[in-house]
Unconditional design. Sequence first.
Lengths: 297, 781, 158
Amino acid sequence: MLARPGLPDFEYMKAESPQDVFRLLEERGGEVKLLMGGTDLFVQMRDGNESAGILLDLKYLPGMKDISYTKKKGIKIGAAVTLNQLSAHPDVTNHFQILSQSADTVGNYQLRNRATLGGNLCNASPSADMAPAALVLEGEVSLSGPDGERVMALDQFWVGPGKTALKEYEFMTAVCFPNPPSGAVGRYLKLGRSKMGDLAIVGVAVLGYPDPEVPAGIRFRIGINSTAPTVYRVPQVEELLAKAPLSDDILRQASGEAMKVSAPIEDVRATVLYQKKMVNNLTFKGLKEVWSQLINS
Amino acid sequence: MKNSEPSLIGQSVRRTDAIDKVTGCAVFVDDIPFGPNLLHSRLVRSPHPHALIRSINTKKAERLPGVRTIVTGKELSARLGLYLIDRPIFASERVRYYGEPVAGVVATTENIAVEAAKLVEIEYEVLPAVYDPVESAQPDAPLLHPDLGSYTVANFIFPEPGTNISENFKIRKGDVETCWSDCEAIAEGQFRLPPIEHVPLETHTSIALSEKSGQITLWASSQSPFAMRDMIAQCLGIPHNKLRVIAPLVGGGFGGKAGVTMEACAVVMAQAVEGRPVKLRLTREEEFVGTSVRQSLVSDIKVGCDKDGTLLGMELTYYFGGGAYNDYGVNIARAAGYSCTGPYDVPNVKADSLCVYTNHPVGSAMRGFGMPEIHWGLEQIMDQLAEQIGMDPVEFRLKNCVRTDDEIVSGMKMTPIDLEACIEKASKAIKWEKKEKPTAPNKKRGKGIAIMWKAPAMPPNPGSAAVVRFNEDATVNVEVGGQELGQGAFTVAAQIAAEMLGVPYESVTVSYPLDTKYSPYEWQTVASRLTWSMGNAVKAAAADARTQILETVADHWDEEIDDLTIEDGLVISFKSEREQPLDKMVIYGLPNEDFEGWKGGPVIGRGHFMPTYVTNLDPETGQGTRAVVHYTVGAQAVDLEVDLETGQLEVLNIASVYDVGRAINPDLIMTQIEGGAVHGMSSAFEELKFNESGEVLNPSFVDYRIATIADIPRKIHGDYVETPIDDGPWGARGVGEHVMVQTAPAIANALYDAVGIRFSDLPLSADKIYLALEEKINREK
Amino acid sequence: MVIHQISLIINGTEEGLQVPSNMTLLHALRDKLGFTGTKNGCEAGECGACTVLVDGEPMNSCLVLAVELNGREITTVEGLAENGKLTPLQQAFADLNAVQCGYCTPGMLMSATALLRRNPQPSEVDIQEALLGNLCRCTGYQRIIDAVLKASRNGGAK
């Protein structure tokens, strides 16, 4: 089925308070779709993959577009914060550079004026560009539902392609990231078919920080997208890297392990073999870059 | 006549359309307001690549409130076509590609049309499909057109009824069989290209209105409104003067808006709702699925040379994947046939160039018309052969390239060109001799060259006409039927008219939109032919107007015409040094002495051009006196590097040099060269992908990637040489298509230089390159 | 179908209009208000032909509902030149032949206008990043980059 021109009929409603949301969801639950930036939802509606009687706009709920930072707790980013807003925010660029870096790889500038952090994470796309960095920063999502608020670690949040742990009538209000360990350095490396702007064939986020407790002296966290049903971390690889003094060989071995863990499927963008090889090469490159940066600083 | 050097020819004057386009004033079809009377439509498209239609039930759809009519092919037996009339407007018995229109829904809103289209029930009996042109040419392949023998066909096209072969063009020149034994080296290979899309930024859009008087008007994004009128009028039995095609500016064509795509569907739907305009606008997804494509090609090439590297023979088979129907496809195979050797002097040639039906979208013209397709293989195999005998690729090309007056593959004498100069300039611009270091340790760098030729591929007698009309203040309207697609055709027309008339360039306006009711005839805006053919017509029309003016003034002054000229809006006499401003006199004429009557009157110049010297070719040998009007040639040299960690390519420098005959507007040539280099580079990575059931897998910009602003070469070095031809205005010929013809093989040759791997199939995806690199490393271990 | 009465400030002038919920800004501009300089190229946020400025920031008007923007300021290509005087950016596009078919041009101009306002002296890479979402099939982009650079030397967006 080919995409249709324009958008199908629906009713647009702006939620002013969380109660608005729950009330409407209770009354007309099945018909309602929640709207953030719409950059994915509108395309899905044109493609016929999504339909709705009501689009309920959550962007204007209190706090949804706020970013707040404290030295103690880290950063809290409203779910409707746009990727451009996030990328340019001084608290993000100062303390969570890898988020800013990841945001800049999504689509294009005008799209990022609409696309939101919450949308990128809630779509649960295996190729979500914000997800690898969000994972290695060990973020938590704040979810709001009729039964109240709850917080969930991001690694519990995605349960499959397009599927999250959100309960019925529940929505994301914010994402919180604790301050990364001191001295941490992060890189998000993304490979697409074009130099910039494509969906990730593979994206790898590497966060490294000094840790005298481990033989390597450095600990790494690695998040990978596009090569499994959900975006994932590779704890076994992270452990392997911590165990011995670092060398190119160790990095290579670790990258090879990451490649083994990856489970891509063949699609219109790339073959399975290429995707796996790129997990290997990007992981190596990311590790190497972060390592050199840590050594030099 | 004026003897002085032309003052405007060779000047990079500003585009006539630039200000309209930067202010948002330029009007494209979708921008025309129609008011509340406008109806909207959607096409119901086939979900199968090959199937019989068992039944179509429109009852449910018709009952949806707001639906005005639903049109199917049931009552429409006539077929559409250009050279081979084979395509129904709506399929009624059989569908032959995924996305083929089966019904059209007209409704009061687009959303109602969308919903109604879902309610049209069609029963199909799915048939085996065939996609590969070589397989499809076999006797046991599923037959797409059992009635091929009954189709109307142009007298220079040779379909083979009972097969899927819609054209088989042959070259038999010299003696290929015996030449191989004289060869020191022989290279053989098979090269493949997938179908690709034109991807104009403006999707195909039409509005049709059928009035109760019998008058039909069609507003369409069309490169060729006259050809569109002719095809639709013939198909539907409408007198040409009752079908009016209005074509505003075109938002990119590249050949995809040259024939008839979906415009006939709009007309047929409009006929069913008389008195109300019906709009049909393709979505981007439909643009990818439901419009014509550059045909796929499988080419088998064998070529040999003696120990000095002189080419002795070539044997070629081209299998063009023509798709479900022929738009231009058969003539592309023919053009590929009579130019089958590429720009080389080869004494012995045997070639078969076939167009073969496949269950893919309609194969058609795309920028280069068969030439990018055949040069992909030709320009790589020449490198292979050069390598075998140990010759440098540039030296090999300089030795063997075609020269003025050579007898070329079709038996014709080569028109004036200087390909050697192009090769020398292009190779010099990328420092061909110099092995250069990659910019990073994980990269490999290489250089490659490729050359090309292309003739305008047309029927022998395509005409152009032009009218030059003066206004009271001596400003001028130039009327043409050739289209402005962005290439700058209107600018060149204005420049030529101003030059001939002796008026300032700024005082000339080219009338648009094109309108078959008012615009003078133009065969088509294709084949890089406007500067040359329409340019000749404008030049003739302006000369006609100029003569009218000079006759009046000469009579008025009692002088000889030869003593007069027009400069800067003034008629001046070399003899008497008198002056006569053009304003007013070009409309009101000049009074006789004492106002005893008047002479002259409104000045309207008319001119036309039609080549009269193209001859037929022998159907068995492809030989004739003059296959084409002329050739344009050029060379591209590429300096690139490959990222060994990802397989990604980056073009560092592309030098692109063509022989344009005469540069009318040098900067417009440069914009073609630059745009063409990027289009050509992009085409090397493009592919319209299908799954096993013929469905298009990448009908969006997300998955059909075209070059973005971040992907362009770091440097594009454009240049040209000028070897005038005798039948173009001031010696000019076209260059719009040529600029992308050999980019992909130039890249492939540079890639080979960089990594030692030959890629015979497009696209050059990073995926494919990387895996080939790894395989090579493993092999060499 | 619910119809919303909204007002948009378009190129400095307030326009009242009625829109159904599902009408995008693109269609409201083109079909309701006649601002046809904004082009429809894909309706999926991929080509940038429909780019306009919303409160000064570029957005794909095909991916924004008109009803969401009640009271907001929209700038389209028609709002760039004032009293017949082109902006330095428009002038540079015309002078450098950065225009061919012209279909991508309005969107390019809007993205580049926003770039020059937030970064008056952009580098070539800055321009590539800012115009990444504006596809062009004709020009090969180099002229467009050159035109933005030229405009940045000649007074920027305005």
